[in-house]
Design a protein around this ligand. Structure first.
Ligand code: AMP
Ligand code: MG
Length: 358
């Protein structure tokens, strides 16, 4: 088995120089390196090398029809990999790059089909994280980097999470501490007639509409699960983020949610099952379960986003069999948070009002 080293980076060009040189060498040789970004940790390979894309799919155990996002460090790097830059893209790039927004373009011939899962479009992002930017520069400028988790598991927000999933599979993990945002980038498709949101993230639909006017939304975002449907972001159809225990979202007014969750936990306890609740600072005290975990204050939706994936991983480490979570339908990031939770729960939602289980 390959030895996996975890090396701390500081976001300082001088101090990180030899680490970046080593990482860049690995990438140019077709190897993989895990890196911090502002959203989640990424598993990086050379985006223009088909062999690297294959290695990424292998290390993640990811289906190879699920395309990778290409990461760049300068806006001028875009020209080489896209067939053209539409006006809408110029507007969004000016406003949100570098940052947690991925844009989909028609691709140029420079990008191998292995990187784009056979599609004629390419997803591109320019991270703001300075360690990621230095790494991309040291690696030749075009990095394919999906989230560094093993396929299906919650994305990684710390280098320790990456080590859990990638130990023995990649030579190097660059540790940049805990990420700032904690949810993957917003994805907007600009390759069609109208802009379309494919995955919600830190950059909200509201902000996109303020800049572009109308923006469509892919029905898969809301969790439509039709066997025959094809989400525009192929990744949205796969089971993702799921903890090992059964996770249910409990929906309704706070009082009913509390009663229902406590009653379900009592039932679970009677059967000798280990129960857990994902709550908020405002509500955590009112639950009776084996594990009660607050994701943060409802007044601070960014903290909830940042803690979500770690909390889901912790459920596995603590051996939770049955997990109930509140809804987190906040104003800005609510759509992004609920999109991840709905998929982590495999669409299992308990609606307190209608007293039925879907
Ligand atoms: P991850 O790398 O784990 O953040 O996931 C990347 C997401 O971007 C997946 O859901 C992919 O399906 C989606 N994606 C990447 N490239 C494209 C593309 N060219 N068109 C549509 N979706 C894409
Ligand atoms: Mg992912």
């Amino acid at each position: 088995m390959m030895e996996t080293r975890v090396v701390r980076a500081w976001g300082d060009i001088e101090r990180d120089r030899s680490l970046m040189e080593e990482a860049g060498r690995l990438i140019r040789n077709g190897q993989l390196v895990a890196i911090p970004t502002e959203t989640v940790y990424g598993l990086a390979g050379d985006a223009l090398n088909p062999a690297s894309a294959k290695r990424i799919y292998e290390a993640k155990g990811r289906p190879s029809d699920n395309p990778l996002i290409v990461h760049i460090a300068e806006i001028t790097a875009l020209d080489r990999i896209v067939a053209g830059i539409p006006e809408n893209a110029e507007i969004l790039i000016k406003e949100f790059w570098p940052g947690p927004l991925t844009l989909i373009f028609k691709k140029s011939a420079a990008v191998p089909p292995e990187t784009t899962g056979g599609l004629d479009t390419v997803a591109v992002r320019m991270p703001v994280n300075s360690i990621a930017a230095e790494f991309i520069r040291a690696s030749g400028g075009y990095i394919a980097a999906p989230s560094a988790n093993a396929s299906g598991r919650p994305s990684c927000t710390t280098a320790e999470h990456v080590y859990e999933d990638m130990k023995g599979k990649i030579p190097l993990i660059i540790d940049g501490g805990e990420v700032g945002i904690g949810l993957e980038s917003t994805i907007v498709d600009l390759s069609g007639e109208r802009p379309c949101l494919l995955r919600p993230g830190y950059v909200s639909l509201k902000r996109l509409r303020e800049k572009l006017g109308e923006v469509d939304t892919d029905p898969f975002i809301e969790g439509v699960m039709d066997e025959n449907a094809h989400p525009k972001a192929p990744g949205m159809k796969y089971r993702h983020y799921a903890p090992k225990g059964e996770l249910y979202i409990v929906r309704g007014d706070p009082e009913s949610v509390r009663e229902r969750i406590n009653s379900l936990c009592r039932d679970g306890k009677d059967k000798g099952i280990k129960t857990a609740v994902l709550a908020s600072d405002e509500t955590a005290d009112s639950y009776r379960a084996d594990i009660v975990r607050s994701l943060g204050s409802r007044q601070d939706e960014e903290s909830i986003a940042r803690n979500l994936f770690k909390a889901l991983r912790d459920m596995d480490n603590e051996g939770a069999d049955l997990i109930y979570t509140e809804e987190f339908d906040s104003a800005d990031m609510g759509m992004a948070i609920m999109n991840r939770l709905i998929r982590a729960a495999g669409h299992k939602i308990i609606d307190c009002k209608r007293k039925e289980q879907k």
